[in-house]
Ligand binder design. Structure first.
Ligand code: GLA
Length: 366
């Protein structure tokens, strides 16, 4: 065991407490890992759902707090009634596919539907509900891999995926995703961590100041499926091109906000001539603690979801209630429903190709 990487066996005992019967997981294989750096930043990850269960960072006074929402045992993740997808990797297709249907080369595929009539975050047993193989790499990284079988949740092709989480000394949590397939298939992987930079369970996130480096969004219908249009954010509550409090315009009368019950939309990132390259996608500043987070990605889009479905009916890992809008997600991704939207960047992975993408969350305080 390396000095800075504590394979958290005690944590493991904690996370296993209270588990009863589950079909999707073999408990003996579920573990909790801790990545730590010299500044004291600490990230916990379980191979159940490749889930980030905790991110402890400093505020401007040097006070540490856990800024990621989550449960304190694995049964929480397994039995989540309201399916918040706390911290997990979602896929094979993160976000929605209309009616769970798409076709490739004239062949139609039907996926599991789990969000009214639509497919969301990979289906009934998506990547957030399976046990991944884990490999500790060096002192600061954990590689999680999973083989999604041909036909799983209706998707074509055996898809071998791996996500490597690395915590750097610069307080970056780096996510490297790779995947290969033996049949053409859509792939769209993202991480579904809910952040509250005041600390998990410390009320709502409406005072956090958000900047999204995007001049356009993909508006949706009432089922949150993109209409196919790409529209400018200028003059709308969706304009985060300069930082503003998440709560500033959230109550404005706007059909898109009504459909999402708030923000739950994909922004089209300004990539300029850096298509497919790392660019700054978003920043978030929390004024009372000074915590600051930057998100960099190679992906063309980002789903900003501000916890509209958190209903105040669940308690987090420290026993505090997660209120409505008690956390926000910045899910770097390709646009929702891309397999059915010809004018969106393609999400189809071909045999012989490698899906390879990186996202970084960088934490600081000021
Ligand atoms: C995504 C979706 C939301 C919601 C959450 C999970 O971010 O876009 O509509 O389903 O996941 O609650």
């Amino acid at each position: 065991m390396k000095k800075n990487l504590l394979v958290g066996m005690l944590g493991l005992v904690g996370i296993l407490a209270g588990c009863a019967s589950v079909k999707t997981a073999d408990f003996d294989d579920i573990k909790l890992y801790t990545l730590k750096n010299k500044t004291g930043t600490m990230v916990k990850i379980t191979n159940y759902g490749a889930t980030v269960t905790s991110i402890v960072t400093t505020d401007r006074e040097g006070q540490m707090a856990d800024i990621a929402l989550g449960y304190n045992d694995v049964s929480g993740y397994m039995n989540a009634v309201d399916k918040p997808y706390f911290g997990s990797i979602v896929g094979r297709y993160g976000n929605r596919i209309a009616l769970g249907r798409f076709s490739i080369d004239g062949e139609e595929y039907e996926l599991a539907t789990n969000n009214n009539a639509n497919h969301l975050h990979g289906g009934v047993i998506g990547f957030d509900k399976v046990v991944w193989d884990a490999e500790v790499i060096g002192a600061h990284a954990l590689r999680l891999s999973y083989l999604a079988k041909d036909g799983e949740e209706g998707y074509p092709g055996n898809l071998q995926i791996a996500v490597t989480y690395t915590l750097t000394e610069d307080n970056e949590l780096k996510l490297d995703y790779v995947a290969t397939t033996d049949k053409k298939t859509p792939v769209n992987l993202t991480n579904h961590t809910y952040f509250n930079l005041k600390g998990e369970g410390e009320g709502d996130i409406l005072g956090h100041e958000l900047l999204i480096n995007a001049k356009a969004t993909t508006p949706v219908d009432s089922g949150l499926i993109p209409t196919g249009k790409i529209i400018p954010v200028a003059g709308t509550p969706f304009d985060f091109t300069t930082a503003k409090a998440i709560g500033r315009d959230i109550g404005k009368k706007d059909q898109q906000l009504e459909f999402g019950l708030g923000y739950d939309h994909n922004w089209v990132l300004d990539k300029g001539d850096k298509d497919g390259k790392m660019t700054l996608a978003a920043t978030v500043y929390e004024p009372t603690t000074g915590r600051f987070m930057e998100v960099f990605t190679q992906e063309p889009g980002i789903q900003f979801y501000c916890g509209n479905f958190l209903a105040g009916n669940l308690k987090g890992k420290a026993g505090r209630t997660y209120v409505n809008r008690g956390g926000f997600c910045l899910e770097t991704q390709h646009y929702p429903d891309s397999p059915n939207q010809k004018n969106f960047p393609s999400t189809i992975l071909n045999p012989g190709e490698e899906y390879k993408t990186m996202t970084i969350y960088r934490f600081s305080a000021k």
